[in-house]
Design a protein around this ligand. Structure first.
Ligand code: ZN
Ligand code: ZN
Length: 311
């Protein structure tokens, strides 16, 4: 048999010359599978170190939805910390009760934690709030993401606390973070625009960290494909209602034509915060009069939501 012809249309890795799997447009480099994996793990490790997201003695509760980002997050943290005796990992899944969507992703989360040997806790909305998200959202579909976000945050905190977590790590990537910057501009929400999401809450909430905040969605998808853990999972059926969906498509178009836009947005967010306030603002923290959770007003978001839902 003739040898396979060399494919001329596959660009070569800028580091080793092997066939590339990704064009990292904002650095101008092409990377092969092994070099993409090494690059991403190094950048995540640098983010964690420079922001002290994980320190010796931590028990990191990883919010694992079973989707791409959280799957990659758990794989990377397991790679970085799995063999260290002084850092523990536990996965926490919030089961919102979204029919036709959640079953597949919960199963994918279970398979992954079993394979890695990571403890896994699932907190369901039904157990915690008395009903599924589908029931809460009847007639309020356009508010789906903000309602779900409030409930999911609480469910993840409860799960992380059950597991003895000292940090709650979420899979937010660079695209998510850059979209949030733009959305806060569109909404005129200056406090959220300049707030450092890693800022503490006076020690009363488990600190949340985002180790993938500088990794692009496309890089994460390619990372999973190279690792062979790619699974085409359904998208949340409520996402169609979200402003984020429109911002996402607009921003990825701009990023394609002007590589580096997302990173610059993150940098500009920091600069705006510094220019206006000298340092990122901290929300004034009080205590919710209903449940005692830390919050900025009289009622926390969750109790406010419960009231508006008549629960
Ligand atoms: Zn290479
Ligand atoms: Zn409350």
């Amino acid at each position: 048999m003739d040898p396979q012809p060399v494919r001329r249309d596959t660009p070569a890795c800028s580091i080793c010359g092997e066939p590339a799997v990704i064009h990292q447009r904002y650095t101008g480099r092409y990377l092969c599978g092994p070099h993409l994996i090494a690059d991403i793990e190094k950048r995540v490790s640098d983010t964690i170190a420079s922001r002290q997201q994980v320190v010796p003695g931590d028990c990191v509760a990883v919010a694992l939805s079973g989707g791409k980002d959280s799957t990659a997050l758990l794989l990377i943290l397991h790679q970085l910390f799995g063999s260290r005796g002084d850092i523990r990992l536990v996965a926490v899944t919030a089961d919102e009760g979204i029919s036709g969507y959640r079953e597949a992703t919960v199963r994918s989360a279970e398979d992954l934690t079993k394979r890695l040997g990571v403890e896994h806790i699932t907190v369901s909305f039904a157990e915690l709030f008395g009903d599924s998200l589908d029931t809460f959202l009847k007639g309020r579909e356009t508010q789906a993401c903000s309602i779900c976000g409030i409930l999911r945050k609480k469910a993840l905190i409860v799960g992380a606390e059950q597991a003895g977590g000292t940090k709650l790590a979420t899979g937010h990537n660079l695209d998510d973070e850059a979209q949030s910057v733009l959305m806060n501009v569109l909404r005129g929400d200056l406090t959220r625009l300049v707030r450092d999401s890693g800022a503490d809450s006076g020690g009363r909430f488990i600190p949340r960290v985002k180790p993938l905040m500088y990794i692009q969605e496309k890089e994460i998808a390619t990372y999973l494909m190279v690792q062979g853990v790619w699974e085409d999972l359904p998208e949340c059926p409520y996402a169609i209602h979200a402003l984020r969906r429109e911002v996402r498509s607009m921003l990825s178009g701009i990023e394609y034509r002007h590589p580096g836009t997302m990173l610059r947005l993150m940098e500009n967010k920091k600069r705006v915060g510094t220019a206006f306030l000298g340092k990122p603002p901290r929300e004034p923290f009080g205590t919710c009069r209903e449940c005692g959770d830390p919050c900025s007003g009289e009622l926390c978001q969750l109790c406010e939501l419960r009231q508006s839902l008549g629960r």
